[in-house]
Ligand binder design. Structure first.
Ligand code: MD3
Ligand code: FE
Length: 217
């Protein structure tokens, strides 16, 4: 008798909240393509820690791909066509990653998703993201597609007001979430990354978010 070989296959979609669809393991089948793509991107535009308007530094290191990249400095947050470290355009979003993000959005019911920005966050031990909402994009009717790789994290999911109660759930390697509809402007964050060892990313967690920064649905 032979047991089926384990394959990290995608699970049926789970609804987190209105407009937020979790595709567990969606990116797991092609994990090496995702990781190799991020490694190639960061060779062109390295991960860096950015300052925020208050003068503090983020604990997460970031880089970008696409026509627009999310940047922060003492002046504020915005999308920039050039990498402030080099003055050059950001690298293009690799075709496979773009296709996968569009396919994830379609699986969640959004058919015209056309991301022009991909923000890549790198978490090392203790790195976190405080409660915030993503509101620097042109069209909030377009979803954001997030892809988690490496160590798991505790994700914080609030409401449309900062004071609303917060739910916690775990995002693990290969999970893809489409955040659209009424969830698009929900406050969210990430708890400090715990020490651990992932078989591909070691002590790190990477998160990619595909966005329509300037383009409209
Ligand atoms: C819900 N990143 O980059 S991904 C971000 O894990 C960000 O690095 C987190 O929040 C991370 O802005 C969370 C999940 C996520 C991303 C964007 C969202 C959830 C979202 C936008 C709107 C609503
Ligand atoms: Fe966010």
């Amino acid at each position: 008798m032979s047991l089926p070989q384990f394959e990290p296959e995608a699970q049926p979609p789970e609804i987190i909240d209105e407009g937020a669809v979790l595709l567990r393991g969606f990116a797991a089948a092609s994990e090496l393509r995702w990781i190799e793509a991020v490694q190639a991107l960061q060779a062109q535009a390295s991960f860096r820690v950015m300052q925020v308007p208050g003068g503090k530094s983020m604990s997460v290191a970031i880089t970008n791909a696409g026509d627009w990249g999310w940047v922060s400095d003492l002046q504020g947050y915005r999308y920039s066509a050039v990498d402030p470290l080099t003055g050059k355009a950001w690298p293009a979003i690799p075709a496979f990653l773009h296709e996968q993000a569009v396919a994830a959005a379609a699986a969640a019911g959004c058919s015209d998703f056309a991301p022009d920005a991909c923000l890549i966050n790198r978490y090392q031990s203790g790195a976190r993201m405080g409660l915030h909402r993503d509101q620097d994009e042109a069209d909030f009717s377009a979803p954001i597609v997030s892809v988690s790789l490496g160590l798991p994290c505790t994700f914080l999911w609030g409401g449309l007001a900062r004071q609303n109660p917060i739910k916690r759930f775990v995002l693990t390697h290969g999970d893809v979430v489409v955040w659209g509809g009424p969830s698009r402007l929900v406050f969210h964050g990430v708890s400090p990354l715990k020490d651990g060892l992932h078989h591909l990313l070691g002590s790190e967690r990477w998160n990619l978010t595909f966005r329509m920064a300037k383009r409209r649905l």
